[in-house]
Design a protein around this ligand. Structure first.
Ligand SMILES: Nc1ncnc2c1ncn2[C@@H]1O[C@H](COP(=O)(O)OP(=O)(O)OP(=O)(O)O)[C@@H](O)[C@H]1O
Length: 134
């Protein structure tokens, strides 16, 4: 499948790759995704992440994965890309930064519930969540 996207902006960078906000051009026009990319030679983690996320399509508290594809970029060569649901409100860290280093008390209950329900689904399927500190 010949997937074409326009990169709108960088959303962030993790240990293994960069995440862009993108808009699709082909084969479907104007779909918005968060797209995580890694050089093909170092893409095994991303392919694994995709394989795992696909198992959580029915979990509303785990970010939805919309598949992956390979592209060739002039500067980087062959790249593997994974489409994710775009979390437009950003991360909890963004929320804390906007609120003087805290999560507003009125929001704590709702986010705690979402995190615990997401973790419950993850553990139920036999996975553990790991976050890298760097
Ligand atoms: N689906 C998304 N919607 C919006 N922003 C996202 C999305 N996924 C990732 N981001 C942004 O990109 C950053 C990097 O994401 P990534 O998944 O690569 O790493 P991480 O989860 O922060 O850390 P790690 O490398 O430990 O997995 C995030 O911190 C976040 O700011």
């Amino acid at each position: 499948m010949n997937v074409k996207v326009v990169k709108i902006k960088v959303l962030g960078e993790g240990c293994f790759g960069v995440v862009h906000l993108v808009k699709t051009i082909a084969p479907v026009y104007n779909k918005i995704y968060a797209m995580k990319s890694a050089d093909e030679d170092h893409s095994s983690f991303l392919r694994k992440e995709e394989e795992i996320l696909q198992q959580f399509a029915d979990s509303p508290n785990v970010v939805r994965c919309h598949g992956g594809f390979t592209s060739v970029e002039r500067e980087r060569g062959v790249v593997y890309n994974m489409f994710m649901e775009y979390a437009a409100e950003g991360s909890l860290l963004n929320l804390m930064r906007k609120n003087g280093g805290r999560i507003p008390e009125r929001d704590v209950k709702c986010y705690t519930r979402m995190i615990l329900e997401g973790l419950f689904d993850i553990h139920r399927k036999g996975f553990v969540h790991e976050h890298h500190l760097y």
